[in-house]
Ligand binder design. Structure first.
Ligand code: FAD
Ligand code: FES
Ligand code: FES
Length: 1297
């Protein structure tokens, strides 16, 4: 793509050399690279600190800083951009700073890096360079130290899945107070006048005339400024353009001028510049003139993240004409005019409201025309403009519905009459839509309550959406159009001082502005130090490598010579017979080497971790969209993907099962997965009349995507002519990779080696679902004898690698009028997808934990794994436990509603106590539930919080607060007994340093740090003397996957065993005399020929469970915890935020309290995503607008994990003190999964707030609230006059389950 050709026009100046400075180094950009993104270029030249997390501008992992000389401002301008979307040539003539340009472990760290490392701000580290660069760019661009608010704002475009953000904020907060001394680093260069680059496809005109000439020559050329739209079109939507013209340097397109009658804004003005300009004029002009400007300021604050706003342009947004553009409804409402120029220089002006034509992305712009500028008039007195936007996530998210509404009032006979109005909505039609009839209705009417009521009726008929409208959420979207107008009415009336209409004070809550206070919090723990290191809050051992970008992940490893790249050929049908696979088109694709199919597999094509029910490559049938049919290898990653797409597969479609309910109806369950446990006599209890009340109900919850920041990746190569196979993989189970690959290649396991240094997050998603990808890539590597790398694109990764299981629970529960639970009959179903994978074990855990912490004398739980035509669902932090416990907490909460009692009261009176016998026969021992619960209750002052919330709710009609306290108990051990074993290899060297290798994988959770601490304490040496390299199947065999929270217990004990063996061997020497150092002792032992290497081994003692009796001791111990949450919701839009979260967890004597707090906060935020934000939308019966079986939410654009602004405003974490755990190493407890469920306190607090909202309508009955409780579910559950005109009180938004 993009071969070089000099510009032929004489009058188009060209330069022979296109330059770019990277970290101070001058680089000449070769011609012909117009197709390359800046990220690809950087990584190609070895700067791999900048990561590829999503490739669509949604995660910030690729953030770099761009500096260039701004001729208008006559100074250097520095800003953060997403390198994945920036075309390489767009930064020609500029200076780039990447994370490598700041500091390194050898050269020393930059203060931003130092601070982040020290405050435990990196776990897996994959997001870390992006955060560093966002913060660095903010510091470089600020003349004065930034405010805390600016810091939070600048990080909104960076996602982290591990830390929960709090430590990152803490790390960067210090810069809010420091001086310019910190602003060190490489200064940017004063660039010479740049000339257009003469590439075939890339032009960068410097004058309007040059641009018009180019446009005349290439009528179909794509103009570019930020490329945030075109980049997505080319990369994700696979659209091809051949001529790209970057217009960012054309002066006429960069005008920003406040004139007498309004503001002129050049089409290429970047959104961040526009925002700053509006902020400036809003302070300089008369208040009434800038109503539109203020609306834009508010809207721009929620427009994408900083990196996108720094590059995206006004004109790019307008000309894209997206139906959900945040700005277009405002331009239209604000009476803006667009100036359009043609190639001859003729200029015409068109009103914004006439520019957008009916139809998808249609505008009044002829092919030879471009948008020159926008004119925004000042507002008149009593003219009000307001913006509205509701999205899934407040920050960095596209709108579900947005609006721009304007009204101009004039006084007539002491009444305020509507002289003019405009109402435009985004997200309700293929284009920004005018509510024309409502406008017509308003004009001439008196601005009073009658107008409101009648206008709402007109509006309801004005904005209609078909039931199967793309995007779904039809009722919610319609309700938002009413809510926005309602809010607008109240806002204007408030601005006008009430307008003689009495607006009750409590109704002003509808026009509350979303000013977020700064996030605060505390971390409270005691340090119980044992030896030199155990118990100390040591920094993650990789932190310094991570903040400098030096930490290597699989995709950063240089490719060996002769390497190939692989891409998968995937099914596009949920269930079909394969008729024909045709690779004729692929063969002629550039760089194509070969396609491999099932027939090529040298060993066994059948795989699976529990039962071999998966095909590596589909043979005759496909059973989900995204199933692997074959694998293509080619010379580059891009070419492999292109060729894979060219493999044509012909199908005969078959009926598909696309939900749990479909599976139940059809009786489609995975074989041998029916499980049942019971205790007491449930039937007898229900029939005996002991229960005062018996209720029945259903709970359903959606799945969750792991969204590890590092996509799945493996590099595989052969050794000794193909006799051995080696690989490095991003996996939680290197041994699984070894096993799968030996199986599919027909090689003994002893000839296959898998190594894993670190992974960029796993959360269960790389426990088994990484292995089939590596196994697929091993086939071409083995057969061609060449190294093969496979790295999944984010959308493919999300589509094919499975998620947390969605669940359906059907309960029948009997209880007394005092709230004591007597009997529970429960059926649970999980959505296993098209192969069993770990679904049975996940279901079993849900069964085991479906009592949470409650004493249920009579209990029966039956579970089944449903077969569906979706990719196989898999392990995810908690492994079924959260789903099981969420069902429990749902019926507990329902009992409270039925009995009109506080749910917390019901919880307390049903707590299990010491000695309680659980439904699988295990006795509760050493329970710390009571002290935990009491500590939490005290810390949040529950009774007072209840009173304050009730008071707030009484005073606020449209905003409600809610609170909840939720406990948890998490069983520690793999439920499959034999997996509870661990091996380690400890090697002591003669300089006194120690190399530890164990079977666990470092995925950010700090396992290596804790294990190294154990080794350091064992040898009584400093932590710095211990090193853990990679996990490798040839050092420690048969390791279990790193999962189930148990790895510190298991590997810590195995390492301790090895250390103790060595210490025992050294003891005779050590007792001979005093040694001045460990190194000296080791030297003496060496001379005495003492073996200084040992293999350690550990098995979890005293566990075992028998399914035939349903009894046994499943878990070694339980980790207990409890959380309190307070939330506030906007009942008109469903928007919510968490005001407070207090968490108390019992971790015994923590091995490393800083790392444990990081795990708690990260798990809590991930849990918050599960309960309130992250919705997977599949093509199923409820989502007919999505192709059957396809995942719609397959990237950060549509799937929203929590961002920095979802962190609770007050987040307090406390570790229970004074309770050592006798059952695990150094009296500690496992931490990874237990805190995840505590985020359900947020869900139940939301429900509490909704209850208050419904009570205003006299509706006090129980209602279901599915998870995730997204704005759609919150709003639709909040009954009021507006929503009841659209739906019934039992309306249930659709959910893929
Ligand atoms: C992660 C992410 C988040 C986003 N969030 C939001 C959001 O919250 N709200 C929202 O509204 N949008 C959002 N967008 C969409 C996008 O960022 C905006 O539409 C942006 O303003 C486009 O500007 P650009 O300069 O990057 O456009 P480009 O991609 O450079 O160009 C876009 C289109 O405009 C045309 N064009 C550009 N200038 C002119 C001109 N002068 N005359 C004629 N045609 C022209 C180009 O030919 C092209 O077709 C988001 C995008 C991403 C990737
Ligand atoms: S990789 Fe660029 S934003 Fe995600
Ligand atoms: S540390 Fe942020 S994604 Fe892992």
């Amino acid at each position: 793509m993009g071969s070089l050709k000099k510009e032929e026009e004489q009058d188009l100046k060209v330069s022979n050399e296109a330059l770019l400075y990277v970290n101070g180094v001058r680089r000449v950009l070769p011609d012909g690279l117009a197709h390359l993104s800046l990220l690809e270029y950087l990584r190609d030249i070895g700067l791999t600190g900048t990561k590829l997390g999503c490739g669509e501008g949604g995660c910030g992992a690729c953030t770099v800083m761009v500096s260039h000389y701004d001729r208008k401002l006559m100074k250097c301008s520095h800003y953060a951009v997403n390198a994945c979307l920036a075309p390489l040539y767009s930064v020609e003539g500029m200076h780039l700073i990447t994370v490598e340009g700041l500091g390194s472990c050898k050269r020393g760290l930059h203060p931003v890096q130092e601070s982040l490392a020290r405050t435990h701000g990196s776990q897996c580290g994959f997001c870390t360079p992006g955060f560093v660069m966002s913060m660095y760019a903010l510091l470089r661009s600020s003349q004065t130290p930034p405010s805390e608010e600016q810091i939070e704002e600048c990080l909104a475009g960076n996602l982290c899945r591990c830390t929960g953000y709090r430590p990152i904020l803490d790390a960067f907060r210090v810069f809010a107070k420091t001086s310019n001394d910190l602003y060190t680093g490489v200064s940017s260069l004063n660039l010479e006048e740049g000339n257009g680059v003469g590439g075939l496809m890339w032009y960068r005109p410097l004058t309007l005339q040059h641009l018009l000439d180019l446009k005349a020559k290439y009528a179909d050329a794509k103009l570019l400024v930020g490329n945030s739209e075109v980049g997505i079109e080319m990369r994700l939507k696979r659209m091809s353009y051949w001529v790209l013209i970057s217009v960012m340097h054309v002066p006429e397109l960069n005008v920003l001028d406040a004139k007498d009658d309004g503001i002129e804004i050049g089409a290429a003005v970047r959104l961040s510049d526009l925002l700053n300009f509006f902020r400036k004029v809003a302070t300089e002009r008369a208040v009434h003139e800038t109503s539109s400007c203020k609306a834009f300021i508010e809207q721009l604050k929620w427009f994408a993240g900083t990196q996108i706003r720094n590059v995206a342009s006004v004109g790019g947004n307008i000309c894209t004409a997206s139906p959900i553009s945040d700005l277009n409804p405002l331009w239209m409402a604000a009476r803006a005019k667009f100036r359009i120029i043609d190639t001859k220089g003729n200029i015409r002006t068109v009103l914004a409201e006439n520019f957008f034509l009916p139809g998808y992305r249609k505008v009044d712009l002829a092919s030879g025309e471009i948008l020159l500028s926008i004119f925004l008039p000042w507002n008149r007195t009593y003219e009000f403009v307001k913006e509205f936007k509701q999205s899934h996530r407040r920050d960095d998210d596209i709108a579900i519905v947005n609006a721009g509404i304007r009204v101009h009032l004039q006084e007539h006979s002491e009444k305020w009459v509507v002289a003019d109005a405009s109402i435009f909505y985004g997200g309700v039609a293929p284009y920004s839509l005018a509510a024309a009839k409502t406008k017509e209705f308003l004009i001439g009417k008196i601005w009073d309550q009658d107008l409101l009521q009648n206008a709402l009726k007109v509006l309801q008929k004005d904005i209609l959406l078909k039931e199967d409208a793309p995007g779904g959420m039809v009722e919610f979207r319609r309700s938002l159009t009413l809510s926005f107008f309602f809010k607008f009415f109240l806002w204007v009336s408030h601005q006008m001082g009430g307008i003689k209409e009495r607006i009750p004070l409590s109704h002003l809550s509808a026009v509350h502005s979303d000013r977020r206070p700064q996030i605060t919090g505390s971390q409270d723990y005691e340090i119980m130090k044992r030896g030199t290191s155990v118990g100390s809050p040591e920094v993650h051992l990789s932190a310094r490598l991570q903040v400098t970008g030096e930490a290597e992940y699989v995709n950063d490893t240089p490719m060996p010579p002769n390497s190939l790249h692989a891409a998968l050929v995937l099914s596009t049908k949920p269930h079909a017979r394969i008729i024909r696979i045709d690779d004729s088109e692929a063969i002629s694709s550039t760089g194509f080497v070969r396609l491999f199919l099932a027939k090529d597999v040298p060993g066994d094509n059948k795989i699976g971790p529990a039962v071999a029910d998966e095909e590596l490559f589909a043979v005759d049938y496909v059973t989900c969209v995204g199933q692997v049919i074959g694998i293509v290898v080619a010379d580059t990653h891009e070419n492999a993907k292109i060729a894979a797409r060219k493999v044509n597969v012909e199908y005969e479609e078959l009926p598909a099962i696309l939900s749990i309910q479909d599976a139940i109806n059809a009786g489609r369950f995975h074989p041998n997965t029916e499980k049942c446990l019971s205790k007491g006599d449930v039937n007898h209890c229900f029939q005996s009349g002991q229960c005062d009340q018996i209720i029945e109900g259903e709970v359903q919850m959606g799945g969750q995507e792991h969204f590890y920041l590092e996509p799945q990746s493996s590099l595989i190569w052969t050794v000794d002519g193909g006799n051995e196979v080696h690989m490095i993989s991003s996996t939680q189970g290197p041994q699984k990779h070894q096993k799968y690959i030996s199986h599919v290649l027909g090689l003994p396991m002893s000839k296959v080696v898998c190594k894993t240094k670190r992974i960029g997050g796993g959360f269960g998603g790389k426990e088994t679902r990484s292995a089939f990808i590596a196994a697929a890539a091993s086939v071409p590597s083995y057969l061609l004898n060449r190294p093969v790398k496979i790295t999944l694109d984010r959308d493919v990764d999300m589509m094919i690698t499975g998620q947390r299981h969605s669940f359906l629970g059907k309960y029948k529960v009997g209880f007394t009028n005092e709230g004591k639970v007597l009997a529970l009959d429960l059926e649970i179903y999980n959505n296993g997808g098209n192969s069993l994978d770990l679904s049975l074990a996940v279901l079993e855990r849900a069964i085991f934990h479906s009592d949470n912490v409650y004493e249920i004398p009579n209990m029966r739980v039956m579970g089944r794994v449903c077969f569906t035509n979706f990719p196989s669902h898999t392990a995810f932090r908690g492994f079924g436990t959260p789903q099981g416990m969420l069902i429990t907490e749902n019926w507990i909460q329902r009992i409270a509603v039925e009995l009109k009692m506080n749910p917390e009261m019901i919880r307390e009176i049903n707590f299990q106590g010491e000695g309680s016998v659980l439904h699988y026969g295990q006795k509760v021992q050493n329970s710390t539930l009571a002290p935990l619960w009491n500590e939490l209750k005290l810390s949040c002052d529950f009774a007072e919080a209840r009173e304050e919330v009730d008071q707030f709710n009484g005073h606020n009609r449209w905003r409600k607060r809610g609170i909840a306290m939720v406990p948890t108990k998490f069983g520690i051990s793999f439920t499959l007994k034999h997996v509870n074993q661990a091996g380690a290899l400890v090697q002591v060297y003669t300089d006194g340093t120690v190399l530890v290798t164990h079977g666990g994988v470092e995925m950010g959770q700090g396992l290596h740090t804790k294990v190294a601490q154990i080794a350091a304490s064992a040898f009584n040496i400093p932590l710095s003397s211990v090193f853990i390299s990679d996990t490798s199947t040839d050092k420690v065999p048969n390791a279990s996957p790193t999962a189930a929270s148990a790895s510190s217990d298991l590997y810590g004990a195995a390492v301790l065993d090895a250390c103790e063996q060595i210490m025992a061997r050294m003891k005779p020497i050590a007792s001979q005399r005093d040694f001045t150092s460990f190194a000296e002792l080791v030297g003496a032992c060496y001379e005495e020929r003492i073996d200084l290497s040992a293999h350690g081994f550990y098995i979890t003692p005293d566990i075992g469970f028998d399914w035939t009796t349903g009894k046994g001791k499943l878990f070694r111990y339980f980790t207990y915890g409890a959380a309190f949450a307070e939330v506030e919701i906007d009942t008109l839009t469903g928007d919510f935020h968490t005001r407070v979260a207090n968490i108390v967890l019992d971790l015994g004597y923590s091995l490393n309290p800083a790392i444990d707090v990081g795990q708690i906060e990260g798990a809590f935020m991930q849990g918050l995503g599960w309960v309130a934000l992250e919705e997977l939308k599949w093509g199923d019966g409820g989502h007919k607008w999505i192709s059957p079986g396809c995942l719609y939410t397959c990237g950060p654009g549509a799937y929203k994990i929590p961002s920095i602004n979802d962190v609770p405003l007050k987040l307090n974490v406390s570790l229970l003190k004074g309770h050592p755990n006798v059952k695990a190493i150094h009296s500690s407890k496992a931490v990874g999964e237990p805190p995840f469920f505590l985020a359900s306190a947020v869900l139940f607090a939301i429900k509490d707030a909704i209850i208050a909202a419904r009570a205003e309508m006299g509706c006090n009955d129980w209602f279901p609230l599915d998870t995730p409780a997204t704005p759609e579910r919150i709003r639709m559950a909040c009954l009021d006059e507006l929503s009841s005109s659209l739906v019934n009180s039992d309306f249930h938004p659709k959910l893929s389950v």
